[in-house]
Design a protein around this ligand. Sequence first.
Ligand code: PLP
Length: 443
Amino acid sequence: MTHLLHRSIHATLPVAVSGAGIEITDQTGKRYIDASGGAAVSCLGHGHPDVLAALHEQLDRMAYAHTGFFTTEVAERLADMLVEAAPEGLDHVYLVSGGSEAVEAALKMARQYFVETGQPQRRHVIARRQSYHGNTLGALAAGGNEWRRTQFSPLLIETHHIAPCYAYREQKDGESLEDYGLRAAQELEDKILELGAEEVMAFVAEPVVGATAGAIPPAPGYFRRIREICDKYGVLLILDEVMCGMGRTGSLYACEQDDIVPDLLSIAKGLGGGYQPIGATLLSRRIFEAFANGTGFFQHGHTYMGHPMAAAAGVAVQTVIRRDHLLDNVRAMGNFLSAQLHEQLGQNPHVGDIRGRGLFMGVELVRDRETKEPFDPALKLHARIKREAMERGLMVYPMGGTINGRSGDHILLAPPFIVTEKDVETIVNRLGQAIGAALSTIS
Ligand code: PLP
């Protein structure tokens, strides 16, 4: 009998014993291609020698120093690297231990900003129904995933949700993508006015939606309009790039491709590539100055924030990405992955949509391609595909759930930035087989 809760509940999980490159090996010796980077984490794959060397070096020097007593060179260095590459204006970094913490910190910074600047009535958070921002109570409240929220709803702060920007399902016949994007963004303005513009604190969104719906990029112009609306009403824009940031979509920060700068930006996952747990919140000068000219500090904190080992992982991972020009590979292999998915899966009558950016691609499965009718959620097609993929030595990230009253099955691919064309062909080939096998169990 196991005492590990995770294993007690998921009794059939294989035991991972080692990882090298894009593969993980289990205790039976079976190898799995990590085509989802775990949960879009392992951007350099496993066992990268330069990251391991940097971690050994940091460990030899010092594992931990509490931020209440010290700053460290390695944490300073990581903050410098993140700001140097960040969109203009985001020039301070708050280091935490993961994505939920990075979102919580952003929400609390937004609130403290308005308290410091004499607008304490601003308290409403607006987010989107099709989103996941983490599992701690503040982040969970912001997220729109009903399945994750329902049983905890009495504990969640009130959050207001608007429609996602989800062209595959929401764009009308004859409507251009740009017009659809403006229509979707208009929901934000309507909601701000409904709540009272003076009382809205922040809008939170993922630039490319990840864990709830398989890599959905926004319509062109959507986020520019969102930025304008936030500016018009003095609402802070928080972008959650925990999953889609740090190069995953082909630019270090996903929002660069939408040509906007948020007030607060949360990152994690690819920041440390899974070599250590780490997240960060970047904040704009105006928020920093409100704190600096007000109480002089951000009233928050965690024991492990700015952890030197985590910061060392972040510095090492980000150094390798830059040195090896891996974002070029993300863009090239992203295009190749998209082309392969279309070529190998595009004719499948149950593949409704193939979408994404860079090495962040999603496949949406439907019962009927014409009507876009999803499969019965009770069938859990996404989970069947994951199981069949694991059988074939392939890790993919499955999702199902109800969004706007509709249910869908999605598969997310987020392979390491080091993949080759051959790897991509193998990934798509195994995915095609897994989808075929899963479908044959239900029809
Ligand atoms: N935000 C987004 C967009 C995520 O995808 C996730 C995790 O999947 C989180 C926040 C939460 O991050 P963590 O699981 O590291 O707390």
